[in-house]
Design a protein around this ligand. Structure first.
Ligand SMILES: [Zn+2]
Length: 596
């Protein structure tokens, strides 16, 4: 149903500097690679957000479940760091042990980057501790393995393709010591041996003629056997505690516990997407592949524990009852039957771990097409991040920098929430294949996700008039919804052609300028908005996007992106420079009251 990249991230924006960073001084820290000022410069541009949602409504059983689930989260945090760098956990332990200010600074830098490799102020990745840089495949492939060696090996051994490219398998070299270690893990965990029929025989066969040039795939549940067995146990304890108050959640936790031992997430995903939970929800497992820069196929562990905002979720589900009318109104001549039971919910983040840690505002999972086709996908709106006053303060300063005085008050944190919400719903509307039934990925290639994201943005804005008519929005809220659509188009740098989100935002910016929705004042370098022309301009652009998806015409799509994706230093460049100029902070460190 959905295609391409679908995660919504807050742009790195402005916020107050957290405080004076302690000077590193003369203390000798054996693991440091960067000189003190370099580490300090990053922390000076880092702000902190503490997430501390009210959990007083949880039942005693749910509180016990929260404690058990946070323990699983901590396991996944360690695992994620280990997946990303083979020396990560040793280094973290030594930094945690040292109490001197220099080590404290480095530990903060480690936490910000979830490992010993930092993102620098000029957007490079560099080790700040005395370790080797991480290879593109990180620690889920042999450290010295390159893409060519892996591809050549797969070409010569097509039977091994599945385990060597699996979302949840590590790749190993078949030397004697490695095989002996993996066989010992199977011997120690007979349940895992049973759940992976044939694996022991395959490893035993390889161990007769050990050879570093031979590669094999090993399921995560074996590679990380101790952590997965312990997580399985904790998830069952959490399920038992939650069950009297929330049977559906307990069933999900038990299915997911078993998934962690098989690396097949279908059971847990089905009960996650279809279940209706009372007070808690959790994203549990290895889903996203962004960290695998070698093949882009390996998922890394993440965990989010969320508290349901019951009233807002109920109101939202009710609003979705009219979603078919919005589908029917879309500017295209064929329409689909939309489920009114979209599993969307409004949540407070209690704590995030590993790959899931950070400032993303909405989560939409799973990614695997066959699961989405069978069960749909779940939408988790992370509202205490979206409405965090400090994060929103940065957004608001950006907005006020870009628009003329009359429009400064139009943007609100709620309007950004509504835009993101209806963007995610937008993915459920409009055609999901070309008119002849082909997938967008197959026909449009890398621009499929650009069009899909642009469609979702425009559906969100297009729905505004209907939502006003139904009384879901007031006049002021509709105006703010439109303002948020303008905010979305602003850029801090000229986008690269391969950045689908930024490109489609720039294209909307240009369309709005062309249609007179936006006017750029060359004297003040500020934008003005004509709300009267807004809906029609959105409708017309949406019509073009839907027609391109419908036709699957790659050449026309390329021409469309070229036509509207232009960058004018005297307009876009001026606004971007002004936004950059007022940015105080580049990075944000998230902390969680539940973990203190
Ligand atoms: Zn999206």
């Amino acid at each position: 149903m959905l295609s391409g990249v679908r995660k919504v991230f807050i742009p790195i924006t402005v916020a107050l500097v957290a405080g004076v960073v302690q000077a590193i001084g003369q203390t000798r820290v054996p693991t440091a690679r960067w000189p003190a000022p370099q580490a300090e410069a990053i922390l000076e541009r880092t702000s902190r957000t503490v997430l501390a949602p009210d959990l007083s409504h949880l039942t005693p059983g749910e509180r016990v479940a929260v404690g058990k689930l946070l323990e699983v989260g901590r396991i996944f945090q360690d695992l994620y760091e280990e997946q990303r760098h083979r020396s990560a956990l040793t280094l973290r332990a030594s930094l945690e042990k040292a109490k001197d200010p220099a080590s404290r600074t480095l530990l903060t830098l480690y936490e910000l980057n979830q490992g010993p490799i930092a993102t620098t102020l000029d957007n490079k990745r560099e080790p700040f501790l005395a370790v080797d840089p991480a290879p593109p495949g990180k620690n889920v492939y042999p450290w010295d393995l390159g893409a060519k060696e892996l591809q050549d090996f797969i070409a010569a051994h097509p039977d091994e393709r599945a385990p060597l490219t699996h979302l949840r398998h590590v790749v190993r070299r078949a030397d004697a010591a490695t095989l002996a270690r993996d066989l010992a893990l199977l011997a120690k965990n007979p349940a895992l041996d049973t759940l992976h029929p044939g694996l022991k025989a395959r490893l035993t066969r390889l161990s007769r003629t050990p050879n570093r040039g031979t590669l094999y795939g090993l399921p995560y549940s074996i590679a990380y056997a101790d952590q997965m067995v312990r997580s399985h146990e904790l998830l069952h304890q959490a399920a038992a505690a939650a069950e009297p108050d929330d049977e559906a959640f307990a069933r999900y936790l038990r299915n997911r516990a078993r998934d962690l031992l098989t690396d097949d997430y279908e059971a847990g995903d089905a009960s996650w997407i279809k279940g209706r939970f009372t007070h808690l929800n959790a994203q549990i497992g290895a889903y996203e592949t962004y960290d695998d820069e070698l093949m882009g196929t390996r998922a890394f562990y993440g965990f989010s524990l969320l508290a349901v905002r019951t009233d807002e979720t109920t109101a939202l589900r009710k609003a979705l009852h009219g979603v078919q009318a919005i589908e029917e109104a879309l500017p295209i001549d064929r329409h689909r039957r939309v489920t009114e039971d979209i599993p969307v919910g409004v949540y407070d983040v209690i704590a995030d771990f590993g790959q899931a840690r950070g400032g993303n505002t909405a989560t939409n999972l799973p990614n695997e097409g066959y699961l989405v086709e069978r069960y749909g996908s779940i939408i988790l709106l992370r509202v205490n991040i979206m409405r965090d006053p400090d994060i929103y303060g940065a957004t608001d300063r950006t907005w006020k920098t870009a628009v003329a005085g009359d429009f400064e008050a139009d943007l609100t944190s709620d309007s950004n929430f509504q835009r993101v919400l209806w963007h995610v719903i937008g993915h459920y509307l409009g055609p999901d294949t070309t008119r002849t039934g082909r997938s967008f990925d197959a026909t449009l290639g890398s621009d499929a996700s650009l069009l899909e994201e642009m469609k979702a943005d425009l559906v969100s804005l297009f729905a505004g008039r209907e939502l006003r008519a139904r009384g879901y929005f007031t006049d002021a809220q509709l105006r703010s919804h439109y303002a948020s659509g303008v905010y979305r188009t602003l850029q801090i740098n000229k986008p690269r052609r391969e950045q689908p989100y930024n490109m489609m935002q720039l294209m909307q910016w240009n369309w709005f300028l062309d249609r007179g929705v936006l006017r750029f004042d060359r004297g003040t370098s500020k934008l003005s908005i004509d709300y009267a022309t807004y809906h029609d301009a959105v409708r017309d652009l949406l019509k073009e996007v839907l027609a391109l998806q419908d036709s699957g015409d790659k050449a026309k799509t390329t021409a469309f992106v070229d036509r509207w994706g232009t960058w004018d230093e005297n307009i876009h460049g001026k606004v971007a420079a002004a936004i950059r100029e007022q940015q105080r902070t580049r990075f944000r460190l998230f902390e969680y009251a539940a973990l203190k």
